[in-house]
Design a binder for this molecule. Structure first.
Ligand code: HEC
Ligand code: HEC
Ligand code: HEC
Ligand code: HEC
Ligand code: HEC
Ligand code: HEC
Length: 425
């Protein structure tokens, strides 16, 4: 009996909430946005007379409309660009309301100041992003700025970590992962750790390389935005005598004479081609620091990734070398998970699906390629093998289809091919 007497009131309550939602804020918003829509349209058409007419006609609702736009602009999750657009709209309304309806100019001046402030902040952020991009265009150049405030307070610029300088002397194995987890931001980089001999401090201790406590050395790492940062982008940091001295000090070797014209071999895209550098025998990077780090050996097999049938006629297959990879990288990086990193590949041929979408998202092969190793847009360096012939060291694998969870439910359409790749190949 109880349930029966409750049922109608519950239904009513639900209905009431539903009606309230419909007629309340949404109704008002619908009315208001009719004005806003007309105004925006007139604005887009540069229809000044139309705007003036609308502002005069709707004087009574304009203050509320301005408040609503401002609230929308300052709500969480609104992008900087959207915020500036909305505040710009509110400002324009306030200005016209002042001019044509004789409203006081308090709101208008407030909005003008607010907008100016946001615009300056956005321009500054954009300028920093552009400068970071200029430095990070080189694969493996990382700008480190997690402690932006502390560095600014100490009068120091953000740090640049250049993988390429370090790769000239050390294989990846030296750092990954006995010293550094192979994920940006995962190491809690700070001087507390560094000056205690961890992370950068395992080498930047005055013995293996320059230390982090002498004043003169601060700008050698804290150099983002200074003129000397260019050397890490345009390779002018390279100096044969200096590289020979460093390699010798470390117990490795640098054979500058094997470089053609004394220059690093470059890829099609203009970045260092490390595979060529190895082939030239121009360097002998260390695989461990003294007895400190471990290396897990080199595996000399290859995997031939066959293209899915529908691409087979347009795209070469991918012949992948364990040897090239394990010369640089420990097995555990690809075949085991670690604290903050998932396992990348099963230790079994044909077991792990690989797809361009994942690679582009920075997973699978994209864990390294596009970040530290050559770019994904360099298609032919991976799609390097015509046909299916293979030697006895090569395991041939068919493409693995997407799991069924990736398949769009009936009625939904999802693009079958990643369109971005079609035009660039
Ligand atoms: C001298 C030490 C050192 C060497 C050698 C080194 N790395 Fe790194 N690596 C780092 C540091 C430092 C980071 C940044 C970690 C952080 O932000 O906490 C990093 C980060 C990475 C990342 C993460 C990128 C991202 O976007 O999350 C990848 C991938 C990587 N390294 C790959 C490599 C590869 C491949 C090699 C060898 C070709 C290599 N590293 C050699 C020190 C090194
Ligand atoms: C495995 C050892 C090792 C680790 C770890 C290491 N470095 Fe280096 N770093 C070197 C060596 C060697 C050089 C070459 C300079 C020299 O000693 O002659 C160098 C050079 C540099 C340079 C070039 C600037 C110059 O004036 O020569 C920068 C910048 C730099 N390291 C930053 C870092 C940062 C930041 C970290 C930590 C995130 C780090 N390094 C971790 C060994 C290391
Ligand atoms: C080998 C490279 C290196 C050298 C040399 C170096 N730093 Fe740093 N420093 C770093 C790195 C890496 C960070 C962390 C950057 C980040 O916030 O992502 C850092 C961060 C800082 C910070 C902010 C966070 C913290 O841990 O305090 C201050 C302040 C700082 N450094 C001061 C200095 C001073 C002063 C010197 C010279 C006496 C110096 N650094 C030399 C690499 C270096
Ligand atoms: C850069 C990543 C990477 C590294 C480093 C790596 N592997 Fe692999 N490994 C792969 C990939 C990719 C496959 C193929 C997976 C597939 O087909 O599903 C594979 C497959 C294998 C297989 C099965 C095929 C074969 O070669 O017999 C074994 C075994 C294996 N790896 C062992 C190792 C060992 C041992 C090391 C270290 C010496 C190592 N791997 C280092 C990526 C790597
Ligand atoms: C853990 C990092 C890492 C992963 C994961 C990785 N690579 Fe690499 N790869 C490297 C490094 C380092 C090199 C040496 C060249 C360079 O750094 O540019 C390399 C070189 C290569 C080369 C040799 C290019 C040449 O000029 O001969 C090919 C091809 C390649 N990778 C394809 C792949 C494919 C395909 C996958 C995924 C199945 C993959 N890599 C996964 C780090 C990685
Ligand atoms: C780092 C190596 C690497 C690079 C660079 C690369 N690919 Fe791939 N690509 C692969 C591998 C490995 C597969 C095989 C996946 C499989 O087993 O089906 C693949 C598969 C594909 C496929 C089949 C469908 C799919 O998404 O898996 C297309 C299409 C493709 N690549 C296009 C391109 C184009 C276009 C470029 C250049 C913009 C490019 N690839 C660059 C490694 C690479």
């Amino acid at each position: 009996m109880k349930t029966k007497s409750f049922a109608p009131s519950t239904v009513f309550a639900v209905l009431a909430v539903f009606l309230f939602v419909l007629s309340g804020p949404m109704g008002a918003q619908a009315r208001e946005s009719a004005f806003r829509q007309q105004f925006t349209e007139a604005k887009q058409q540069n229809n000044f007379a139309g705007m003036k007419f609308l502002v005069k006609e709707n004087g009574a609702i304009i203050p509320a409309e301005i408040e609503r736009i401002m609230a929308e602009a300052n709500a969480g999750g609104v992008s900087a660009g959207e915020r500036i657009y909305l505040l710009g709209l509110a400002y324009q309304l306030a200005k016209m309301h002042t001019e044509w309806n004789g409203a006081d100019d308090k709101r208008m001046l407030e909005l003008e100041a607010m907008l100016g402030q946001y615009r300056r902040e956005a321009a500054a952020r954009q300028a920093i992003r552009d400068r970071i991009k200029e430095v990070e265009i080189v694969p493996g150049n990382f700008v480190m700025n997690a402690h932006a405030k502390e560095m600014e307070n100490a009068g120091l610029k953000p740090v640049i970590y250049p993988h390429w300088v370090h790769r000239s002397f050390f294989r990846c194995k030296v750092c990954h992962e006995s010293l550094v987890i192979m994920r940006r931001g995962a190491n809690g980089l700070s001087h507390e750790k560094i000056d205690a001999g961890e992370l950068c401090g395992a080498c930047h201790n005055g013995e293996i390389s320059f230390d982090t406590t002498a004043e003169a050395n601060c700008p050698r790492c804290h150099l983002f935005g200074s003129p000397r940062a260019h050397g890490l982008v345009d390779l002018s940091y390279y100096d044969e005598a200096k590289f020979t001295e460093t390699a010798t000090r470390l117990g490795g070797k640098w054979h500058g004479d094997r470089l053609v014209d004394g220059r690093f071999p470059l890829s099609k895209l203009g970045f260092i081609n490390w595979v060529k550098l190895d082939e030239l025998g121009a360097f002998e990077p260390l695989s461990s620091l003294g007895g400190g780090s471990t290396t897990e050996g080199i595996r000399d097999t290859k995997i031939l990734f066959l293209m899915p049938k529908k691409y087979a006629s347009m795209l070469d297959n991918v012949l992948w070398s364990h040897k090239i990879h394990t010369t640089w990288i420990n097995c555990s990086i690809c075949h085991e998970s670690a604290g903050q990193r998932e396992r990348i590949f099963e230790k079994k041929a044909g077991a792990t699906r690989v797809s361009m979408i994942e690679i582009k998202e920075g997973k699978s092969c994209g864990t390294c390629h596009d970040r530290v190793s050559f770019h994904v847009s360099d298609c032919k360096r991976c799609h390097n093998h015509k046909g299916v012939e293979a030697d006895e060291k090569t395991i041939v694998r068919e493409s693995i289809e997407a799991p069924s969870t990736d398949v769009a439910p009936a009625g939904e359409t999802r693009p079958k091919t990643p369109g971005i790749f079609k035009s660039s190949y």
